[in-house]
Design a protein around this ligand. Structure first.
Ligand SMILES: NC(=O)c1ccc[n+]([C@@H]2O[C@H](COP(=O)([O-])OP(=O)(O)OC[C@H]3O[C@@H](n4cnc5c(N)ncnc54)[C@H](O)[C@@H]3O)[C@@H](O)[C@H]2O)c1
Length: 350
């Protein structure tokens, strides 16, 4: 078992392990658990069986629970079915949950754990790139409801996160590429060495890209679990990105929408006179080189503009955007004029 350990601080510190063959590290993360529910979706069935075997081998009874895949499993009804299963198995306060899968599964697994007996331990085993660098780290959990995505949830930091790189071997290439948008974001907001690596080798140095991105997220959430300040910088590119996801009825991958959103945010920085043009251009170049989209239809603008008004980062009627003053120097742009927004959108409009 060779891996890198990245600590996440805060009230309840934990480690993110990045490497291969990490399952031996799982049982020690849950001392005293007699039973552990293993939540997974169909594509991860084989790996979830290995997770269950690792628990059983250490004397802990696994309770495998298969969920509907992706967003279909991320809702209150599915969470309630899990709670029923925990109830039927007499899960106690010292028992625990493991989430094995992409961000949808780890989000719902975290939420199930956050609510069961008002909070039991969860270990996240993300198997998508987005899950590893974003969803499984930081303690945000939740489900979708009819009124919108991620509207119901809880902050519930995990007891540990295991990023087993061998799981990425089966991840569809399109999902791997989509996850790279968050990696690029981390490069721009905090760690430009990520950009250098991608410009040199694409995604070849995947382990280092993951480790660096996890470190960025770990640093931010260690200081600001509840998104009262610093954590907002993780939303770079997300204001337009979320509006695109909504416009697409969530049929676009998150990373694709964020990619367009990053180019838009860079353009906002440039048009407001804060960001040097060559750094703004670098956004488009890096994302394009990875095969990520950087354009969106011009005629969608009125819808996107309206959707951004109700984005989570809008406080009251004020629109807020994360922009860059320079590489690794994020800042907040409040209430940009319509002219500025339109000029920035013109740079992504097709
Ligand atoms: N909690 C947070 O802070 C946070 C942050 C970002 C995103 N999210 C959430 O994450 C979700 C998106 O995550 P995602 O991009 O991982 O999508 P996803 O969970 O829907 O997974 C995408 C697809 O890939 C499959 N998959 C995952 N790993 C695989 C593997 N190793 N091999 C084969 N197939 C695999 C999944 O089963 C699914 O079909 C969204 O619900 C989003 O809201 C949460």
């Amino acid at each position: 078992m060779t891996h890198t350990t990245i600590p996440v601080g805060g009230e309840r510190p934990y480690d993110v392990l990045v490497g291969r063959d990490l399952l031996a590290a799982l049982p020690p993360l849950l001392p005293g658990a007699a039973q552990v529910a293993v939540l997974y979706a169909g594509p991860l069935k084989d790996y979830a069986t290995r997770v269950a075997d690792a628990l059983a081998g250490a004397g802990t009874a696994p309770l495998p629970l298969e969920l509907p895949d992706a967003e279909a499993g991320k809702n209150v009804e599915v969470a309630a079915r899990c709670w029923d299963a925990l109830g039927a198995a007499n899960f106690t306060r010292t028992d625990a949950v493991v989430g094995v899968g992409g961000g949808a599964v780890t989000d719902v697994a975290g939420f199930v754990a956050a609510c069961w007996l008002r909070g039991v331990r969860v270990v996240q085993v993300p198997t998508s790139l987005l899950g590893m660098v974003d969803a499984a780290v930081g303690g945000k959990t939740g489900v979708n409801i009819a009124a919108g995505k991620n509207l119901v949830g809880a902050f519930h930091p995990p007891a540990g996160v295991l990023c087993d790189l061998s799981t990425l071997d089966t991840l569809p290439p399109v999902d791997l590429v989509a996850g790279l948008a968050e990696v690029v974001k981390c490069g721009f907001i905090a760690d430009p060495a990520i950009l250098d690596l991608i410009e040199r080798d694409g995604a070849a140095a995947l382990q280092e890209l993951i480790e660096r991105s996890v470190r960025v997220k770990a640093r931010v959430v260690s200081e600001d679990l509840r998104e009262s300040g610093l954590r907002e910088i993780l939303n770079y590119g997300h204001t337009l990105g979320h509006a695109i996801e909504k416009h697409e009825g969530y049929a676009w991958r998150h990373g694709h929408a964020i990619s367009v959103g990053l180019v838009f945010a860079a353009a906002l920085g440039r048009h407001s006179g804060r960001l040097a043009p060559h750094i703004a251009d670098r956004h488009r170049n890096v994302l394009t080189a990875l095969g990520l989209p950087v354009r969106y239809p011009a005629e969608a603008w009125p819808d996107l503009r309206a959707a951004m008004r109700v984005d989570k980062k809008a406080r009251g009627a004020t629109l807020r955007f994360v922009v860059l003053d320079d590489l690794a120097r994020p800042a907040i742009l409040e209430s940009p004029s319509d002219e500025l927004l339109e000029a920035a959108y013109a740079e992504v409009a097709s």
